[in-house]
Design a protein around this ligand. Sequence first.
Ligand code: E4P
Length: 223
Amino acid sequence: MRLYIDSANTDQITRLNKYYPISGVTTNPSILVKEGKPYLEVVKEIRSIIGENKELFVQAIGETAEEIVEEARFVTREISGNVVVKIPVTEEGIRAMQLLKEENIPTLATTVYTAFQALIAAMAGAKYVAPYVNRIDNLTGNGVRVVEEIAQLFKIYNLPCEILAASFKNLQQVHDVCLAGSETVTVAPKIIGKMIAFPTTPTDVNDFKNQWTTLYGVDHTNL
Ligand code: E4P
């Protein structure tokens, strides 16, 4: 299992990257626009925070395959390190995935709502597919079930494509896709913070500390 931060906020990325076993950062146009700065400036800052090896995802906004390929070449030239280009699952997007595969530029198929969209993207050479779990749920679908189906299809057809489940509203959805076979998840900062939170943990820690210091004092090396 690998965990990605779904945000372009550099303060939050700095904090989460310090404490959590993060494999990279995913952005999309809405996430970048929120920062109110030129997007290249933001993604380059993110790169300097996470280092060269972790994956950084940037979405193409071009409509035709040629425009998408041009953007993919541009971002992978401008941004150092491990960059993955997110491409929406449209006919032009599917064509761009195949063209970029020939150039060895890694892609992620985004805006995935059905197992078939994921299957075609994987056949086109995408490295990842991103099912939008909460957005599927909002349409009275079942986001976790879609992830399960994708995992099953990739296994049956032995496709070398990973699921990067995205669009979560709560921790239960993240929990369920991890069990459904998603190799990776991208999660907003406020939900990552909840992953290790449990009310009795700080109480237990406090009790241990109080009992210890009663006898041994406050020197933490006094074991
Ligand atoms: C991944 O990067 C997706 O774009 C993102 O998770 C979508 O999340 P949302 O449905 O909360 O906008």
